[in-house]
Design a protein around this ligand. Structure first.
Ligand code: ADP
Length: 365
């Protein structure tokens, strides 16, 4: 097993498309890192450079202590799992799983137990003599994982491996991939556009936008202390509510003004223009510190909670609140929403986080 390091790595396609820009990242030995971001942000390109399927335009990629920029993919000791299972249709599961090892000239006596072990781990032992067309999508993806596992690689690289599965199976496979990765302890880089997948699976999340690193941190940290407005809006579902506000320092705190509200909080913030962010689950109806008057537009029960889609009474901005399932207002009800000062996020006009510890909260209101 090995760590994977990217040092100042960039990728330019066709001399003009800057797909990945100066990325610095170290994935520790045995770590499970999930690279996440919107479509086109450079996730696959980053992974494919680590795999050796794309050349590196600038910077250095190392696996273990070896710089691999010029090492052929087959010599990098990595195993990839893609969204498409890419199984050979005329080969049995057993043959599909052992194919890479046979190609590498491993003796049959060594291949067989490795295939059996991996099949057991993936609970597909009884399918070993079936052909891919006899398997469900989920089973085919298990075979694709098995093929990666038997290689006993230093690094797993996974590119949206669960995207073709239905929601229930996807949730189940997430847990399984985590379990297998933990058991094997193989350094893993996993790419997805799905922030839920990133939040639930990763030791650390790598968030990319426009080819640039936005944040590299454990999931909770990305959620609680997003580096910038992009991360704040990308992580969490439903997304964080944003309000453009003018802050004015006063003797009793800071006044927040927007077309939708005006209130004063007991916090110390320099006067200026900001974006105020509050997560839907941090908005509470009818709280004394409530400052946003809204009207209910849609109530969406999701079982454990209700999502309220509201409009601000002034300014008609959209607001989403996540409330307990027992709280189920009617459409057009008027609700004042509040939040704890601890739960507010502030971003400057460049979108950078204004850290909460700089707010010097004097009274948690
Ligand atoms: P993601 O995986 O995050 O969806 P990609 O890494 O596939 O993003 O793509 C990043 C950017 O590079 C996009 O603008 C995409 O259009 C561009 N790109 C990807 N592959 C190629 C290619 N082979 N040739 C030219 N541009 C490409």
């Amino acid at each position: 097993m090995s760590k994977v390091s990217l040092s100042n790595v960039s990728k330019v396609y066709d001399d003009t498309i800057l797909a990945v820009e100066e990325v610095d990242l170290t994935v520790e030995d045995g770590e499970f890192v999930v690279v996440v971001g919107p479509s086109g942000c450079g996730k696959s390109t980053t992974l494919r450079m680590v795999a050796g399927l794309e050349t590196v335009s600038a910077g250095e990629i190392s696996i273990g202590d070896t710089v691999v920029n010029d090492v052929r993919p087959q010599d990098r000791n990595i195993a990839m799992v893609f969204q498409s299972y890419a199984l050979y249709p005329h080969m049995t599961v057993r043959e599909n799983m052992s194919f890479g090892l046979r190609l590498a000239g491993e003796p049959a006596a060594e291949i067989e137990p490795r295939v059996e072990d991996a099949a057991e781990m993936l609970e597909i032992s009884e399918l070993l003599d079936d052909l891919p067309k006899q398997l469900s999508g989920g089973q085919q993806q298990r075979v694709a994982l098995g093929r990666a596992i038997v290689r006993d690689p230093e690094v797993f690289l996974m590119d949206e491996p669960l995207s073709n599965l239905d929601a229930k199976l996807r949730t189940q496979m997430r847990t399984e991939i985590q379990r297998i990765q933990e058991n094997l302890g193989v350094t893993t880089v996993y790419v997805t556009h799905d922030q839920t997948e990133a939040m639930t699976m990763a030791d650390r999340i790598v968030i990319l936008n426009d080819g640039k690193l936005q944040q590299v941190d454990p999931p909770e940290r990305c959620y609680d202390e997003p580096n910038n407005k992009f991360v704040a809006g990308f992580i969490g579902s439903p997304s964080m509510n944003f309000f453009e506000v003018t802050v004015t320092e006063t003797n009793s705190g800071a006044t927040f003004e927007s077309p939708s509200f005006e209130f004063t909080l007991d916090v110390d913030i320099p006067s200026g223009e900001y974006t105020l962010g509050v997560r839907p689950e941090d908005l509470t109806p009818d709280r004394e510190s409530g400052y946003i008057d809204t009207v209910v537009d849609v109530v969406e029960p999701v079982g454990s909670d209700n999502f309220l889609y509201l409009k601000t009474a002034r300014g008609s901005s959209d607001v989403v609140a996540r409330v307990e399932s027992e709280y189920r207002p009617e459409v057009r009800d008027e609700i004042t929403l509040g939040f704890e000062t601890d739960d507010m996020h502030l971003f400057d006009t460049d979108g950078a986080r204004v850290p909460v510890n700089e707010l010097q909260i004097t009274d948690s209101a």
